[in-house]
Design a protein around this ligand. Structure first.
Ligand code: GUN
Length: 304
């Protein structure tokens, strides 16, 4: 039986460890402060932002939300960031991605003060990551490393395969695994013989955004499988493929009109792996925990 790497439990551990640090900061000077900027009204982004603000409230982190219309220009967004860069009570600035296409995302990421960049997306912080030097780390890959560490899985010497090469997940994930002494392969849409390459992985990380794409022929028996995907499936044939006709799961799909699924086929992952992160209830929860951790660390740095 595969071990389920439970994101809920690890999320709670991380948040519980942050509470005394937040209490100390609050009594020493002030609560940590985070501003989330959301441009436009992408439904997935709305949910992320709502959950971020909710977690801040639960932990006693001061949070502010700036909502801007999807017609916002680069200059307008930069003006907001400049104000936040100067405000002493703000430790973290997060601009929710993706941004509307008229906005120059790179200029936006460059404008955020690196020591307030709680996403770890600023080119300076990306450089620090490559150099294995201290800096905020991209939250989702940092969350994956916490899952591995807290589950007693040491990547040193393992063959790790990361599927996906995004700036937010794939690239920083590969770098963190490399620093943890894994032998790392990064795969993407042009990779030849993808199933064969994935099947060599002792640690397989899927971050491609394709529902249940990695099936049995991609999974090495006994592998640790980390599924970063979060895909909403609303087609009936797809739901049948993913549930393999399980009547109970299909009934739930019919009732809700959709199914939330990762990038790895959930039944194959449960059957073949030694340990895996479920979707939902796996990696997704950790992204916000690591954002809180980065915000607290930034506030502690400022208190020194
Ligand atoms: N969009 C998807 N994931 C993230 C994230 O971790 N941070 C930001 N800012 N935007 C995202």
């Amino acid at each position: 039986m595969a071990r389920i790497l439970d994101g809920k439990v690890i999320n709670q551990q991380i948040l519980d460890e942050l509470k005394p640090r937040i209490a100390h900061l609050t009594s020493a000077r002030r609560a940590p402060g985070l501003v989330v900027i959301l441009v436009g009204n992408d439904p997935a982004s709305e949910i992320y932002v709502r959950n971020k603000v909710k977690t801040c409230l639960e932990l006693g982190v001061h949070s502010e939300e700036i909502r801007l219309p999807d017609t916002t220009t680069t200059a307008e967004l930069l003006a907001h960031i400049e104000t936040l860069n100067q405000r002493p009570a703000i430790d973290g600035i997060l601009v929710q991605m993706p941004l509307p296409k008229q906005v120059d995302s790179r200029a936006v990421l460059l404008a955020i003060r690196p020591d307030k960049d709680v996403d770890g997306f600023h080119p300076f912080n990306v450089g620090q990551l490559v150099a294995n030097a201290p800096a905020p780390r991209s939250c989702t890959p940092a969350g994956v490393m916490e899952i591995l560490r807290r589950s007693g899985i040491d990547p040193a010497g393992s063959d790790a395969v990361v599927v996906g090469r995004s700036d937010i997940v794939g690239k920083p994930m590969a770098m963190l695994l490399l620093h943890a002494h894994a032998t790392v392969t990064i795969c993407h849409s042009k990779t030849q013989n993808l199933p064969e390459v994935c099947k060599r992985a002792q640690i397989l990380v899927a971050a491609i955004g394709r529902p249940a794409m990695l099936t049995a022929e991609y999974i090495r028996p006994g592998a640790v499988v980390i599924d970063v995907g979060m895909n909403r499936v609303s087609s009936r044939p797809e739901a049948e493929r993913i549930t393999r006709g399980d009547a109970e799961k299909l009934a739930r799909f019919e009732k809700r009109g959709s199914l939330l699924v990762g990038d790895v086929h959930p039944l194959d992952m449960a059957e073949l792996s030694e340990a895996y992160t479920p979707v939902p209830g796996g990696v997704g929860l950790l992204t916000i925990a690591m954002l809180m951790s980065n915000t607290v660390q930034s506030a502690e740095h400022r208190l020194k």
